[in-house]
Design a protein around this ligand. Structure first.
Ligand code: IPE
Ligand code: IPE
Ligand code: MG
Length: 243
């Protein structure tokens, strides 16, 4: 960090281990400029690059980004197709740079409905970046929290666990996020106060922060504000405040 950066973003006492981001408001961002919704999604993808850089600079080790939910298939076909195309384009244009910057890409969700070509590209990106350690960027694409739990239950039964063997640890280990820490902080942009089926198990004791700006306008200063608020929270986990 350079000096200006240290003045602008003084080091914070607590940095969350795992931040979830519900990247919301692309459509409204575009509409407020008289542009088609897809332009907002394009601006949203570009912003992702900025925010990942900011996350590295602020020392956040793991982020999970909600990019497409299991419910987003309900949108008009044209928008869904546009979002899939954007995923494909950004894999091609961004992966080398992310790899150079030490970002480890991961995916959570169900890739089955995607084309064979897109699946192959995703697997290649995950394979290329798997040993990077600067930042884990976990992309939730075709992800739904309930669907994730249903799939975990199915796998637990298929693996022959007995009733007595089912614990919170066993359930956690069968989720897409197995091996990652639970969420400390969830940020949702665009002022909406909803979970929208995002990491419902892993966020059981997360702190929640609602940013007033649309996702394409969420920058390092906004991320820093979220971290400052997180630092003011008193996390009791059901116990009593430390005095
Ligand atoms: C978030 O922006 C991106 C996705 C859900 C894919 P939206 O598309 O939900 O934008 P708004 O909420 O309609 O403005
Ligand atoms: C949540 O946003 C999903 C993503 C950001 C990918 P939505 O815009 O789809 O959620 P709702 O419809 O407002 O709940
Ligand atoms: Mg939305």
């Amino acid at each position: 960090m350079n000096e200006q950066d240290i003045n602008e973003y003084p080091p914070l006492e607590k940095i969350p281990n795992h931040v979830g981001i519900i990247m919301d408001g692309n459509g409204r961002w575009a509409r407020s400029r008289g542009k088609p919704r897809l332009m907002g999604h394009r601006a949203g993808v570009e912003n992702l690059r900025r925010v990942l850089r900011a996350a590295v600079e602020l020392g956040i080790p793991t982020v999970t980004l909600y990019a497409f939910s299991t419910e987003n298939w309900k949108r008009p076909e044209k928008e869904v197709r546009g979002l899939l195309r954007l995923l494909e384009e950004s894999l091609i244009s961004e992966v080398d740079e992310l790899h150079k910057n030490g970002v480890q890409l991961r995916h959570i969700g169900n890739l089955d409905p995607l084309s064979a070509n897109l699946k192959k590209q995703i697997h290649e990106a995950l394979e290329l970046t798997k040993d990077n350690t600067q930042l884990i960027a976990n992309i939730a694409f075709n992800y739904g929290g309930r669907q994730e739990i249903v799939e975990a239950v199915r796998n637990i039964i298929a693996e022959g666990y007995t009733v007595d063997q089912i614990t919170e640890e066993v359930v956690s280990a069968h989720l897409y996020t197995a091996g990652l820490p639970d969420l400390d902080l969830v940020i949702r942009t665009s002022g909406e106060m909803r979970i929208s089926n995002f990491l419902i198990w892993q966020g059981a004791y997360a702190e929640y922060y609602i940013a007033p700006v649309f996702w394409p306008d969420f920058d390092k200063a906004e991320l820093y504000k979220a971290l400052q608020t997180y630092n003011q929270r008193d996390r009791r986990f059901g116990g009593l405040q430390k005095i």
